[in-house]
Design a binder for this molecule. Structure first.
Ligand code: ADP
Length: 844
């Protein structure tokens, strides 16, 4: 989170415009230099070629002048005064002319040599043309030579040749005798046309020129020709005139001047010995034509390059602007992120490979009990409790952390020694190239949670203790409540069998009904509380279906008969073994039959069992009031009773079906019903599909005895029954009840006392409480069995439902739950009595 720039990215973009400008400038300089060099090169070449031409012509022309002058000097020497006399001409003309003609051999640039006398008359001449009558006395060179006694060469201005019709330049020397008298002139005429032709044969371009001028700048020949300018001097302000004011022999200048004002490069070479100079000029624009093309090319390419660069720069600027924007957005988001990290209730730390913090937020610092400055830069593991350091990720775990965050719980030791419990999640920061760039840790302070957990644990412990207390209380309450209720019921039953007035009988009946309802309610409430606390755990065992039906028959046939209802049982003939918790199944079925009998006034009840799709279904049919379809499944809800219940509240509290369904759920059975109001209902329990292991099933199948049809009172008459019960009220109630059936009872309040009496072993039947002071009921019956040869027929009683379930699973004797209903007790005794008869029959 430290502010960082990306060096490879930002800086080049910042520098790029400057670099571009520098690059462009250097390129421009380079191109300029190149162009300049190329310019210089072109100009130099032009200057040199102009100079070469000028020098060449100068050298040749000067040589020619010198030759002609030498010829003239030779001629002058050869010509005697004699041949100049008027009379001698005819005589000498042929010889003289021939001698002059000889001098003309290979002299293409010459018009001819001539000799004139002191009067200017032509005496001798070369060439075939007869020009003998010609006179040159009007020519300036003649007059100069005549006037000037010095022996010098005179060169004329450009003259129109007489007789030859050519422009000529005359080189003349005077002829004088020894006394210095002027005798005439000998001269040679140079054919300027010859040079003009040579000049025009030169390739000097459109604006090129070559000129021969005298030192006074008067024009001799020029190409291109300017006939009007011949012998005319250049104006004094002409650049050439000004330049030639300097005493140089060779010079080059660039100028533009009249008449055409064409810029030119001009090379001038002055003759050494003659007053002439050659000037060769080249049109500067022509010279630089290629250069101009180059310039245009360069300018166009430069323009293109500039445009390109401009576009590039613009893009660069845009990219820069974009980058700036991105950077500023990044800065904003980073600052927001920082603020966020400060706002979140989670500690955030970033640390490098070595474990040194590069960033921590306030929360993180607070968790560690330090300030941010103190933490930044220091090894964060130093704040962790020594014992917890082994749980920190090691360097070798990087690969794993890359795949998923590393989570652990550890303790921070704050400066005061206080411990902060922290949940840490560490993630690796991965750069775009996949390398690990430090780590990010999110720290959650779980000290409070830990504290709460500890408190919760304590509270749970307390609650469990309390629950245990409640369970104990329930157990105690069930025991303590069952006893008096059982006593009340037994007393009431006994009371009803005494001689009572009809009014008393009615009250006693009512009391008895209420008592039974009370005991039922107690059962239900206890069952429900046990179901609620999850105390009831099904303990399936193998049981024969017929056994269940026999129990049902024993329990309900009498009741049905009392209500004037038919009571039928129907189950498969073939022995069928179920693997189920019999106690719970019986509770369910009992409940359903109870209801059926309760809500049926006419007709009867049928309990049946059949197989449906491989599963056993137990059904309870009745011809009772039925259930309104609108009630639907609500009848299974707690305390739900149909609103227009024809029956009074004393019949039940609406808990029976709730309990039945809860138990059915425990057994994984499905409990459902169908009903037609006014016609009756059928409730059915569909048992889970199961397979009985054959080996387990065999011992459970007991020999089938005929199903007892209710309690046969006659069988019990004259029986002696031993009752071991520590509650004297219950014992008394039992004694009174049994007395009704002609059964004699021996009451004992402890097993030890019962075993002490000799008569005990001879009893027909034993009825013992399970919970006795000292030896318990089970041990008592076992002790009796050990001392007897015949099987002990007995029933155990207990107030603790749980204990009953446990004992019932292993006990050879039925275990009844208190408060024991007389009907149940008698039913059990009847079964025992019938077994006794069967046995006697077998023995007999
Ligand atoms: P209760 O203790 O009132 O019988 P239950 O939970 O056993 O409570 O039954 C709930 C209600 O369902 C009963 O009040 C009764 O109206 C109706 N009911 C249950 N079984 C039958 C039945 N076999 N015939 C008609 N009504 C029944």
């Amino acid at each position: 989170m430290a502010e960082r720039r990306h060096p490879n990215q930002v800086v080049p973009l910042m520098l790029a415009p400057w670099l571009l400008v520098v690059a462009v400038m250097s390129m421009l300089l380079l191109l300029g230099g190149q162009l300049w060099l190329s310019y210089r090169d072109q100009v130099n070449t032009a200057e040199i070629s102009a100079y070469n031409l000028a020098a060449l012509f100068e050298a040749r022309f000067e040589a020619r002048l010198r030759q002609i002058d030498a010829e003239l000097i030779a001629l002058r020497r050869d010509i005697s005064a004699d041949v100049l006399r008027p009379g001698a001409v005819v005589r000498h003309r042929t010889g003289m002319n021939a001698s002059l003609e000889r001098r003309m051999i290979n002299r293409d640039d010459m018009v001819g040599y001539r000799v004139v006398d002191a009067g200017g008359n032509l005496l001798y001449f070369s060439g075939a043309l007869d020009i003998s009558r010609m006179n040159v006395v009007d020519r300036s060179y003649f007059r100069q030579l005549r006037e000037d006694p010095s022996d010098r060469l005179v060169i004329s201005e450009v003259l129109a040749g007489r007789g030859v019709r050519k422009d000529v330049l005359v080189l003349a020397r005077g002829l004088r005798n020894d006394k210095g008298d002027f005798l005439g002139v000998v001269y040679g005429s140079i054919d300027l046309g010859f040079y003009r032709r040579q000049f025009s044969a030169l390739e000097l371009g459109h604006y090129g020129l070559i000129a021969l001028r005298r030192d006074d700048h008067s024009l001799v020949i020029r190409s291109p020709d300017l006939p009007g300018d011949v012998n005319t001097a250049l104006p004094s302000e002409h650049p050439v005139v000004r330049r030639l004011a300097l005493p140089e022999r060779l010079t080059t200048l660039h100028y533009e001047a009249a008449p055409d004002y064409v810029p030119r490069i001009m090379s001038i070479v002055r003759m050494r010995d003659f007053p002439f100079y050659f000037a060769v000029g080249l049109g500067k624009n022509e010279v630089l034509e290629v250069w101009y093309q180059q310039v245009v090319g360069v300018v166009v390419s430069a323009a293109m390059v500039f445009t390109l660069l401009g576009v590039l720069l613009m893009r660069l600027r845009r990219a820069q602007a974009h980058q700036q924007q991105v950077l500023s957005e990044l800065a904003v988001s980073e600052s927001q992120f920082r603020e966020l990290t400060q706002l979140v209730p989670v500690g955030i730390a970033r640390f490098d490979d070595a474990g040194n913090c590069t960033y921590v937020n306030d929360r993180c610092a607070a968790i560690a009990g330090r300030n941010r400055e103190e933490m930044t830069g220091s090894d964060w593991t130093g704040f962790v409790h020594r014992e917890d350091r082994s749980g920190l990720p090691r360097r070798s775990m990087v690969g794993r952390i890359l795949q998923r965050p590393y989570a652990c719980e550890l303790r921070f030791v704050q400066p005061g020694g206080t411990l902060a419990y922290v949940q840490v999640e560490i993630r690796a920061g991965v750069a775009s190239d996949g390398s690990v760039q430090g780590y990010l840790a999110a720290l959650t302070d779980i000290t409070q949670r830990k504290r709460t957990e500890a408190e919760l644990l304590e509270a749970k412990q307390r609650a469990e203790n309390a629950d245990l207390g409640k369970t104990r209380f329930l157990a105690a309450a069930s025991h303590d409540l069952r006893q008096p209720i059982q006593a009340i019921n037994l007393f009431l039953d006994a009371l009803r069998r005494t001689d009572l007035s009809p009014e008393q009988k009615a009250i006693a009946d009512f009391l008895s009904r209420s008592g039974h309802a009370l005991s039922e309610l107690l059962y239900s409430l206890l069952d429900l509380s046990k179901l609620d606390s999850g105390q009831i755990k099904p303990q399936p065992r193998c049981v024969e279906l017929e056994e269940i039906f026999r129990a049902i028959d024993a329990e309900f046939s009498t009741l049905a008969r009392q209500k004037n209802l038919r009571f039928k049982l129907f189950f498969p003939f073939a022995p069928t073994v179920l693997f189920i918790d019999t106690g719970l199944l019986m509770s369910i079925v009992r409940n359903l039959i109870d209801n059926a009998l309760k809500y049926t006034e006419r007709g009867g009840v049928l309990v049946g069992a059949r197989k449906r799709r491989g599963r056993m279904v137990i059904q309870v049919w009745d011809t009772g009031v039925g259930i309104d379809p609108r009630d639907g499944d609500r009848i299974f809800e707690e305390s739900y009773q149909v609103s227009d219940s024809v029956l009074d509240r004393s019949k039940g509290l609406g808990l029976g079906l709730t309990i039945a369904r809860r138990m059915a759920q425990l057994l994984e059975c499905e409990l459902s019903y169908r009903s037609r109001p006014g016609q009756g209902s059928v409730f059915e329990v569909m048992l889970p599909a199961y397979e009985i292991p054959v080996a387990a099933a065999i011992p459970a199948i007991k020999p089938v005895a005929s199903v007892p049809r209710g309690v046969d009172e006659s069988l019990l008459a004259g029986w002696s029954v031993v009752v071991v019960e520590d509650d004297p009220m219950v014992a008394k109630a039992i004694e009174l009840s049994l007395d009704e059936f002609g059964v004699s009872t021996q009451l004992y309040d402890s097993a030890e006392r019962a075993l002490g009496a000799q008569a005990v072993l001879a009893a027909d039947f034993y009825l013992s409480d399970l919970n006795l002071p000292g030896m318990d009921g089970m041990a008592f019956l076992t002790a009796v069995q050990e001392r007897r040869t015949t099987p002990v027929q007995a029933v155990l009683m207990t107030g603790e439902a749980l204990r009953r379930e446990i004992i019932a699973a292993s006990s050879p004797w039925p275990v009844l739950l208190k408060p024991v209903e007389m009907v149940d007790l008698l039913a059990a005794m009847s079964v025992a009595a019938r077994n006794g008869i069967d046995r006697q029959a077998l023995v007999g």
